[in-house]
Structure formats: C-alpha cells, structure tokens
Design a protein around this ligand. Structure first.
Ligand code: NCD
Length: 308
C-alpha cells in the first residue's frame, strides 16, 4: 500500500496489522518520554483546507512522537487564500522534498487526485463527503479494545449520513471486520442510492432509532453537519433531537455496556445529550487517544522503511 485514501485500500489482514502496531504505539503514549526514532529524517506536511481540532493535532503529535519533522499548512494563511490552485500548492510543497502529505479538503476525491500528482505518500484526513479512513480505523480499534472481535456484533450509526465521510468509511471498515451494521437517519439525511449500496455491502438502514437502539452492541452518533447543508433538512433542532438524538430517555434503552462513540466535534443537546456524552459507557475521549495510536501506526506503516 503506497497511500491511505480509502478503507477500500486495506485488506482485513492489513487492518489487523495496523491495529497490532497501534497497540504498541498505545504503550508509547503511557511512557514519560514519548519518542520513537522510526521516522527520523522524514518530513510530513499536514495540509488542512478545512477546520479540524483532533484530526490535525493527532496527526501532528503522531508524526512528532515518531521523530518526523512535521509542518502544518492551512488554507487560511497559505497561498490557497490568494487563489493558488490545489495542484500548484501541493507541487510547491512537494518540491521541498516532503515524504508524507496528510490532506483534508472540502472536495470529495481531493486526496485521490493529489496522490496522482505527487511522489509523496498521501493520507486522506477527510475529503468532503467521501471518506475519512483513519477515523474509521480508530473507531473500529476503540470498539475492538472494548468488545473484542467485532464479528457478528451489531453497530448502529445514527445521524447526518448524507454529509458524513465518517459514516462512509465506517460502513466499509465495520462490514469488512464482520460487524452487523445498521444506519439510522431521517429520510432527508439518508443518502440517495443507499438502498443499492446497503444491499450489495450487506448493511441495514432504518428511520426508527427507538426500534434499533435496544438491540445495539455499540452506537455511533454522527454530527449534524450544518456547514454542509444548503437547505432545511429538518424542521427544527428540537425536532431532530426528538427523532434522532441520543437523549437521556433513549440512553436508558441502550444496553448498559454498549459503547457510545462520537467522532467529535459534538453538538451537545442536538445529536447527543450531555448525559450520553459523559456517560460511563461513552468512549468519546478514548477514541481521541486511540486515534493518536492508530495514526502513529498508519504513518509508521506508510513511511518507515521508505527511501528518503
Ligand atoms: C469528523 C470529520 O471531520 O469528518 N470529525 C473528525 O474528524 N473528528 C466528523 C465531523 O466533522 O462531524
């Protein structure tokens, strides 16, 4: 594997290998001196053309703990805001001899396109409404640490599926790992074409959260992505919460040991109530620390041993 653009790039064995290395990296996080020499002499650029807190900082820390030189570029503050094209920006950066390019971009397919322009290793850190493979890897890794094998376990994804790259990557990853997956959304936020995809990929869809939730072995709440919405997808925030929020009442119907995931950032009070976000079964912060270990593992597998 040269790049990580989609979960489709990974076999089940490759995912297992990433998780195995991530477990070792997790141990590094607990050390007083959190530094491995694995990527010494390598340069990684994080190019973020969209806002990010955890993905960007965890890629930065992951690269630094592996001793790579890490540089961050964001759209604001770079020549992209002066009208430079994406191609010119990445070619400019790569002319400086960069080994790895971690890219987040609002256009679906951007990471794939960039990988065709450059020699550097490209990691997709979220491309529009398409994919966010390291998020799905860290979600599955977190769930496996809590639940053991995901084979046959019922994972329920709820929320704004239409605009969610996390949902797309997670469906690919979870079904690959043998989980039973049900996705729940109001009809307006159910992506078009999902009937054909769910039939071929073997996952279920539902509009009825209350019917599905009590059967879930794990639940993943997804953010309502207002910045990607041009029209009214639901009548009011209150109505969304009543139909599809993980409220205090719904929390009571969830199995007490079923992990609650959310990739963040959370809209507390909209898709997830504070009671659920802060519940003992919430793994939201565990996802963040696992995310660091998984990203260290991904950078290690893609960049260690490469010719510099
Ligand atoms: C997600 C993203 O950016 O796709 N966040 C993240 O990476 N932690 C989900 C979101 O923005 O809702």
């Amino acid at each position: 594997m040269k790049h990580l653009l989609s979960i489709d790039d990974l076999s089940v064995d490759a995912i297992a290998e990433i998780f195995e290395t991530a477990a070792d990296m997790h141990d590094v996080q607990r050390r007083e001196v959190k530094k491995l020499p694995a990527l010494r002499g390598r340069t990684v650029i994080n190019m973020f053309f969209e806002d990010s807190t955890r993905t960007r900082s965890s890629f930065e820390i992951a690269g630094k703990w592996l001793s790579a030189d890490v540089i961050n570029i964001s759209a604001k503050g770079s020549s992209a805001s002066k009208g430079e094209s994406l191609r010119d920006t990445v070619l400019t950066v790569c002319a400086m001899g960069v080994d790895g390019l971690v890219i987040r971009h609002p256009a679906s397919g951007a990471a794939h396109q960039v990988s065709q322009w450059v020699d550097a290793v490209v990691v997709n850190a979220g491309d529009g409404m398409h994919e966010h493979p390291t998020q799905a890897l860290l979600d599955a890794y977190t769930l496996q640490r809590r639940m053991g094998s995901l084979e046959g376990r019922h994972v329920v994804l709820v929320g704004d599926l239409t605009h969610s790259r996390v949902f797309r990557s997670n469906v690919l990853c979870l079904t690959k790992l043998g989980a039973r997956v049900t996705v729940v959304a109001p009809p307006t936020l159910m992506p078009s074409g999902i009937a054909a995809w769910s039939a071929s990929a073997g996952f279920e869809t539902s509009y009825d959260l209350d019917a599905v939730l009590p059967e879930a072995d794990a639940v993943m709440m997804l953010r309502v992505q207002r910045e990607r919405m041009s029209g009214g997808y639901f009548p009011s925030a209150r109505e969304y919460t009543v139909g599809y929020g993980l409220t205090r009442d719904r929390l009571a119907t969830l199995k007490p040991d079923a992990p609650i995931c959310h990739p963040g950032p959370m809209n507390r009070g909209l898709e997830i109530a504070a009671d659920a976000a802060d519940a003992a079964q919430s793994v939201v912060l565990e996802q963040v620390s696992s995310g660091l270990a998984v990203r260290m593992s991904v950078l290690y597998h893609l960049l260690a041993g490469e010719e510099s």
